[in-house]
Structures are given as structure tokens and as C-alpha cells.
Design a protein around this ligand. Structure first.
Ligand code: SAM
Length: 301
């Protein structure tokens, strides 16, 4: 690998300059665009131009992107079917002094993409892992969703079968953090239908589709309205999709006792909100303000 003096790869160059016969190479984890080619960072391009080898999820797919950016580095495949074997071979090459970059078809490697095993092996072998950050669909969707971003959880792909999917949404019911998922276009209607059934039609959901591309669509609405809109417009059932879901607004169980919530829910079925709150407070001695807030959230869903 030739060392080019470039501000964009300063980190990579410094480490590379210190390399000698006894030092292994490095493993670069390089993010690529999720749609818009201008999101390919100069540092990512320089790194890919300079490493000895690129491990790509799909060499043919990445070949087009690499050619467009004058990256002529040799590519080999590292995908879910050969990940273990290929990773072991790559680690051997790095130990022999080669610098290797890992890329995926789009976005950040390891985020619902292969690479975890390779990075784990690199750490075990004492090899430096150098991240070259860039786009990822989950962060791109989250930052534009209009939902709280201070705490969130990313759950990868929603299960494909209805039973598993419903169970999965059930596990999300009480999650207070914003939830981020990947979903496929041919399952979006079924998935939103299950989401409405389990989390309620009033839960706020953001559909982020074709991010950074020509038909980029970001819609923040209640789950029920979103489902009707997607059903009515086949265009919304195409392309790549991220779902961002509002966390559960009910205060966590630590904030009101489970028994208080049980009583409140029973009373809400029979009485007005005001009466149910008053009786719950009388019975349990719980704070009125908290019980009222929980009651409102229950009623909204
Ligand atoms: N590693 C990638 C990343 O960092 O975003 C994700 C790879 S995962 C196999 C592919 C999924 O990411 C797609 O099915 C879709 O859910 C989501 N995705 C990727 N690009 C997207 C885009 N431009 N717009 C919306 N979702 C996208």
C-alpha cells in the first residue's frame, strides 16, 4: 500500500507509516452510499484506493461503484455463506502485512450485514480495526423521523412470518425508546397491519423509504393512517424501507406499580377517565398526576 499524504486519510496514513515487516496490516471498515453517490466520503474512496484488498459482500454489485470512483483494488467476496472461512483467510493476509477493507452492498458494514465475525477475529488477533464511517439507513431514517433520538434501539429486520412478526411487535409494546427496523417492500402492508393490531393504530410510525434517492419519502403519522396510505398507493410498497416507531409513552412499570396499572385498566373499561383515575388514586394512594398520565396513554392506544 502506498502512503499518500492526504488529510482525508490522515489516520490511515499515520498508522500505515509505522508499519514494518513485523507489524500486521490493518482492517478498515468502510461505509459506502445508501443511494446518493455523493455520500461516498473522500476518506472512504482514498482508503479503498490504497488498501491491498477489498472484501465485498457482492463483488459484482460493488464493482460498479468502485469503477465509478477509480478504485481498481482487487475484490474478494465476504458474504453470509462464506463469512467464517473468508474471514479466517483475510486475517491470515492481514497478519502477513496486507491492509484490507471491508465494504457491504450499501451503507455501513455489520449493520444488518456481514462482518461481525471478521472484526471479532481481528480483535482476537490484536489487529487494528479502523472504522471509516459514513451512511447507514437506520441513522439516516432516525435523524429525519421527528421522534426522540436521545435513546433508541435498532432491531434489524422485522421477522418475515406473521406469527413471529406479531410476537416480535409484542416484545416492543412496553419499550419506551424509539424503535428502528428494516422492512422489505413486499411485506410492508402485512407488517403495518400486524403493527396496528399489536401496538395500536394510534402509535406514531415513520416510514422512511428510498432515503437519499430520487423518490425519497419520509412520512410521520399514526400507524393506522400510514397503513391506509401505503395500501392505497402501490408506489409506497416499492424500494427500500426503514420503519421508525415511537416508544411506548406509558411510564415504565417502575413509575407506577403493576398492581396500580392493573386496577386502572380495569376501571377504565367501566368508568370515565376522570372517575377511573380518582378511584385508582383512592385505592392505591398513587400520585394523581402519574396515574392521570398513564390513563391518558392507555386511552390513546
Ligand atoms: N448496512 C446497511 C446500512 O448501514 O444501512 C443496511 C443493510 S440491510 C441488508 C438493507 C436494508 O437497509 C434494506 O432492506 C432497507 O431496509 C435498509 N435500507 C438500505 N438503504 C436504504 C435506503 N436508501 N432507504 C431506506 N432504507 C434503506
Amino acid at each position: 500500500m502506498t502512503v499518500k499524504s492526504s488529510a482525508f486519510i490522515s489516520n490511515a496514513s499515520i498508522k500505515d507509516a509505522s508499519r514494518n515487516q513485523d507489524n500486521p496490516g490493518q482492517l478498515y471498515i468502510v461505509a459506502t452510499p445508501i443511494g446518493n453517490l455523493h455520500d461516498f466520503s473522500p476518506r472512504a474512496i482514498s482508503t479503498l484506493q490504497q488498501v491491498d484488498l477489498i472484501a465485498a459482500e457482492d463483488t459484482r454489485h460493488s464493482g460498479h461503484l468502485l469503477k465509478q470512483h477509480d478504485i481498481n483494488t482487487h475484490c474478494i467476496a465476504l458474504h453470509e455463506h462464506n463469512e467464517r472461512h473468508s474471514s479466517q483467510k483475510l486475517i491470515q493476509s492481514i497478519k502477513q502485512g496486507k491492509n484490507i477493507a471491508l465494504i457491504s452492498d450499501a451503507g455501513t458494514p455489520l449493520v444488518s450485514d456481514p462482518g461481525y465475525y471478521l472484526v471479532k477475529l481481528a480483535h482476537e488477533a490484536g489487529i487494528s480495526v479502523v472504522p471509516v464511517p459514513g451512511p447507514s439507513a437506520m441513522i439516516t431514517a432516525l435523524c429525519a423521523a421527528g421522534l426522540p433520538t436521545d435513546r433508541f434501539c435498532f432491531e434489524g429486520f422485522v421477522p418475515s412470518k406473521t406469527t413471529a412478526r406479531k410476537k416480535f411487535y409484542e416484545t416492543c409494546q412496553k419499550e419506551p425508546r424509539t424503535l428502528v427496523f428494516y422492512e422489505t417492500p413486499h411485506r410492508i402492508v402485512a407488517s403495518l397491519t400486524d403493527l396496528c393490531a399489536v401496538l395500536g393504530e394510534q402509535r406514531v410510525v415513520v416510514l422512511a423509504r428510498e432515503l437519499t434517492k430520487t423518490f425519497e419519502t419520509i412520512r410521520n403519522d399514526t400507524a393506522g393512517t400510514l397503513l391506509e396510505w401505503v395500501k392505497a398507493d402501490p408506489n409506497q410498497q416499492k424500494g427500500e424501507i426503514v420503519l421508525v416507531i415511537e416508544g411506548c409513552k406509558t411510564p415504565r412499570s417502575e413509575e407506577i406499580a403493576p398492581e396500580t396499572e392493573r386496577i386502572l385498566r380495569l376501571l377504565l373499561k367501566e368508568l370515565s377517565l376522570k372517575q377511573a383515575v380518582k378511584l385508582t388514586v383512592d385505592i392505591t394512594g398513587e400520585k394523581k398526576k402519574t396515574v392521570y398520565r398513564v390513563a391518558l396513554n392507555i386511552e390513546q392506544r
